[in-house]
Design a protein around this ligand. Structure first.
Ligand SMILES: Cc1cc2nc3c(=O)[nH]c(=O)nc-3n(C[C@H](O)[C@H](O)[C@H](O)COP(=O)(O)OP(=O)(O)OC[C@H]3O[C@@H](n4cnc5c(N)ncnc54)[C@H](O)[C@@H]3O)c2cc1C
Length: 340
């Protein structure tokens, strides 16, 4: 029986594994994708917003070429951290169900698919569970006709296939702004559809576009390569065009080869809810978070803890810091229950 089973090998799960190892716990991380899977899905070559001290697993361990690391530098840092410290992580394995037949006993069911496509199932027993599942599971959709066409993406990885193509980016946050910028800079004929409230938002705490994204974006607009449409709604995506309504109520039909819908994403709280964990509206817009003690990050179900992007401590800095506080508390609670 494991002392602690950690679900997810993003920054939160890796930090938790590191502390669990140092606390001498018998732990295991189960990750359905790869190490730092969310970061692997960032746009190719993307520069992080955060500085190395907010992202690194050990003080002074991350040495980017420039002031802030790229996706590749950060990914490599996390992977080498796992290798150097021999952290116990099963990748390519998804937690599909968890049972709680009695206090202090979780039965965790998983599924994995081998490289040759064979499905395997496993069961683990654990005394504590830490969910570090991130908030990227369900990209938000517009729910409009044509959204299932193969040219519509809900994640942006690279601009290179779209040179001289008609690209539309829908969204008002940093991910949408960055995608529009990368596309425009690499020769896609780019249109960005954004709500006026997002375009005019200058409050960094309310998710405003970072100034180092906005400045080059405005240059692309001024130089005539990028078009911004302040829109009300996207009405329909067709094979060669998109129909949208502007904020003044005018309906426009624009030529189109590819659409990126980047309007946020949501965590999958199904497993937590099934175990009886309560949820509530989160601090980030439209988000739902598990209800948890802000000191211990334990939920209303004893033995179930949460950390990272799907809580109110969303950024990587907090995703790393929270387990440093919480896992020692878990270790302590295990020692107490053994002594009883
Ligand atoms: C494009 C983009 C840019 C960003 N830039 C920054 C930035 O510059 N600075 C910053 O601080 N933050 C940034 N963020 C946010 C940052 O990515 C998150 O804060 C960070 O990833 C949180 O780490 P986490 O460990 O909580 O979650 P994640 O990194 O999302 O890790 C969760 C992991 O859980 C796994 N998982 C989920 N469900 C299961 C399951 N059932 N079984 C097994 N595994 C499961 C997932 O595969 C995933 O690997 C950015 C996000 C995006 C999308």
């Amino acid at each position: 029986m494991k002392d602690l089973l950690i679900i997810g090998a993003g920054p939160a799960g890796l930090s938790a594994a590191d502390v669990a190892a140092r606390e001498g716990l018998d732990y295991l991380v189960i990750e359905k994708g790869t190490i730092a899977n969310t970061i692997r899905q960032y746009p190719v070559g993307r520069t992080m917003f955060s500085t190395p001290n907010e992202l690194e697993m050990r003080e002074g361990a991350l040495h980017p070429v420039r002031e802030k690391p790229t996706r590749e530098e950060l990914l490599s840092h996390y992977i080498h951290f796992v290798l150097d410290h021999d952290l116990h992580i099963n990748t390519g394995e998804e937690v599909t169900d968890i049972e709680l037949p009695e206090p202090d006993l979780f039965i965790v069911h998983t599924k994995s698919v081998t490289f040759i496509g064979q499905e395997a199932h496993a069961t683990y027993r654990a005394r504590r569970i830490l969910f570090a599942i991130g908030a990227m599971e369900h990209p938000r959709r517009l729910n409009i006709p044509g959204e299932d066409l193969p040219k519509v993406y809900h994640r942006f990885v690279e601009p290179y296939p779209y040179v001289r193509r008609e690209a539309l980016v829908v969204g008002g946050g940093n991910s949408a702004a960055e995608a529009a910028l990368f596309l425009s800079e690499e020769g896609a004929r780019t249109t960005m559809a954004i709500w006026r409230s997002d375009w005019e938002n200058r409050d960094p705490k309310a998710g405003a576009m970072k100034h180092w994204v906005r400045t080059p974006l405005e240059r692309e607009i001024d130089e005539g390569r990028l078009r911004v449409i302040l829109y009300q709604q996207i009405d329909e995506i067709r094979e060669r065009e998109v129909i949208l309504t502007t904020e003044t109520g005018e309906q426009l039909t624009i030529p189109n080869d590819v659409v990126f819908v980047l309007v946020g994403s949501d965590a999958d709280l199904t497993l937590l809810r099934k175990l009886g964990v309560k949820t509530e509206p989160g601090r980030a817009l439209f988000s739902e978070v598990p209800t948890y003690d802000p000191e211990t990050f334990e939920t209303n179900v004893p033995g179930i803890y949460v950390a990272g992007h799907f809580t109110n401590a969303r950024h990587i800095k907090a995703a790393i810091e929270v387990p440093r506080k919480v896992v020692p508390l878990i270790a302590q609670s295990l020692r107490v229950s053994v002594a009883r």
